[in-house]
Ligand binder design. Structure first.
Ligand SMILES: Nc1nc2c(ncn2[C@@H]2O[C@H](COP(=O)(O)OP(=O)(O)O)[C@@H](O)[C@H]2O)c(=O)[nH]1
Ligand SMILES: [Mg+2]
Length: 236
């Protein structure tokens, strides 16, 4: 079974474009909605998707609730993909990543938007911050990754279960936390170059949330040392 999770907060315009293109390519599409105030629910209702309103706040909380739902309902066979619901990612890239997971027996494929430099549609400053965060996390986890804050994650359902038990992120530090947890669990993670298009609709990554990340991500990084050392001592 191939499941796609789309986290949404006021993404009606984007969903109108995305859903017709992807609905027949997955066994299940789960929209986890952060209590949108626009027509996200109405547009979703026009398609054969599972639509759930999250209880807590933030993208990280939403994704964790989506994982919990899949685990509780026994949907833990095959692959689970996550992309932003903003039309920035190409669904064909997701299908390629699913193939790669199967062919190479991997646990997680992270879409790398920066493989051929900073994409035209991404502000240079965002590329720089992402490059820096990726570099520092790479050093700490001793594995080179280039786009740790990627909106594109494809994993086995087993890997999802493992991340669900370790990830604590509530907002936009989610991807950094997923990267770190995947390393603790010694999952087989690779990056795959992906395309990155202009977003439909407004970004939800507000100035306030960016400042929050400036505090939370260094905190996550500082905590890494202890965790990895513990695993090393255990001989993992
Ligand atoms: N479930 C859920 N999704 C959210 C929330 N906030 C943002 N999102 C979604 O998370 C994704 C990432 O947000 P986005 O605005 O694309 O951030 P950017 O890629 O950094 O510009 C989008 O699909 C948003 O609709 C939330 O509180 N809950
Ligand atoms: Mg986005």
């Amino acid at each position: 079974m191939n499941i796609l999770i789309l986290p949404t907060f006021n993404e009606e315009e984007s969903l109108k474009v995305m859903l017709p293109n992807l609905i027949d390519k997955f066994d299940k599409v789960l929209i986890i909605d952060g209590n949108s105030t626009d027509n996200t629910a109405v547009i979703s209702g026009e398609f054969d998707v599972l639509f759930r309103k999250q209880k807590g706040l933030g993208k990280g909380t939403g994704i964790r609730e989506a994982w919990r739902y899949l685990i509780d309902t026994g949907m833990i066979i095959g692959t689970v993909s996550i992309i932003d619901a903003d039309n920035t990612c190409d669904i064909m890239d997701v299908l390629r990543a699913i193939e790669l997971i199967r062919a190479d027996n991997l646990d997680i494929v992270i879409g790398n938007r920066l493989a051929s430099g900073c994409p035209d549609v991404m502000p240079r400053f965002s590329c720089f911050i992402n490059w820096l965060v990726s570099l520092v996390i790479s050093i700490r986890i001793r594995k080179r990754l280039h786009d740790v804050q990627s909106p594109f994650w494809v994993m086995t359902a087993e890997a999802m279960k493992i991340l669900a038990s370790g990830v604590r992120a509530s907002k936009f530090e989610l991807e950094a936390d997923m990267t770190i947890q995947s390393r603790y669990a010694k999952l087989r993670v690779i990056e795959m170059p992906i395309g990155y298009r202009e977003r439909i609709g407004e970004t939800k990554f507000s100035i306030g949330l960016r400042f929050r990340n400036l505090l939370v991500i260094p905190w996550l990084i500082l905590k890494i040392r202890g965790g990895l050392r513990k695993s090393d001592e255990n001989g993992l």
